[in-house]
Ligand binder design. Structure first.
Ligand SMILES: [Mn+2]
Length: 254
């Protein structure tokens, strides 16, 4: 039985990350190392720090990453791309050129007869009104069209700098530590959601850049995937077991 992999939050192209090239190469080597063992790969959001594609133009960079994804989909590996809150603005290029399946909303899906709830995680259970408003603007079709009418010089600069500042306003550019079961938004959201959806076995999220593996009931387990900036963590499901691993170079893992 082949494996299914989950990872998120590489924030490729970030102006606030100095080791971007190393990060991208490591990600590509990881994808290469799993290509024969993978049935499917779920990229759970924010793989790019800012992605906005235009009708005839896409952002510079990422050629190694996009090339590797294309190789995998050409081989028949399913690659699912969830938009995060940094790379919402994709309009067909990743599907047509790279063969990805793009998801813009949380999905419930069956994998080897287990039920998975998959989402980037932004906006779920988060009471921050400023973030909610920004999220509305970002998802608004009219605002998206306006961004695409503007010259890329302007739009890309705006986007890359917004993303950079949203990273730098955190202490050391890192995310807040785990707030605990009662305060962590994604945990409280999941506990509420599972009351009406008791059939779900696994809830998998990105967005928080922390690694979390929590049993919420005898059946229900939730995971937050860490990131591909500092942690290089991913979850793997072999049909029976589900676990979080760190990709260490030079080691062969499942
Ligand atoms: Mn995010």
């Amino acid at each position: 039985m082949k494996n299914v992999y989950f990872l998120s939050d590489a924030h490729l192209g970030s102006l606030a990350i100095d080791h971007g090239r190393m990060q991208e190469r490591r990600l590509v080597r990881f994808l290469d190392s799993i290509k024969e063992k993978a049935k499917a790969i779920y990229l759970l959001g924010d793989m790019f720090d800012f992605w906005n594609e235009y009708k005839y133009v896409v952002p510079k960079g990422y050629t190694r990453f996009l090339g590797k994804l294309s190789e995998l989909t050409d081989m028949g590996v399913e690659v699912h791309f969830f938009t995060g809150n940094h790379d919402i603005w994709t309009y067909g290029y990743l599907e047509k050129e790279c063969g990805l399946t793009v998801h813009t909303k949380p999905e419930t899906t069956e994998i080897y007869d287990k039920v998975f709830y998959l989402a980037h995680g932004d906006g779920l259970g988060d009471p921050d009104n400023k973030f909610k408003l920004l999220r509305k603007v970002f998802h608004n079709r009219l605002c998206q069209r306006l961004l695409n009418f503007a010259h890329p010089w302007w739009g890309m600069q705006l986007g890359l700098n917004w993303a950079k500042h949203s990273r730098l306003k955190r202490a050391d550019g890192k995310e807040a530590p785990y707030m605990g079961e009662d305060k962590e938004f994604l945990v409280t959201y999941t506990k509420e959601y599972m009351k009406t959806h008791p059939d779900i076995d696994f809830f998998i999220y990105g967005h928080r850049h922390i690694e979390l593996d929590l049993m919420l009931s005898r059946k229900t387990r939730m995971m937050i995937l860490g990131d591909w900036i500092w942690q290089f963590t991913y979850a793997v499901f072999d049909g029976e077991h589900m676990f979080i691993e760190e990709y260490v170079e030079g080691e062969s893992r499942p």
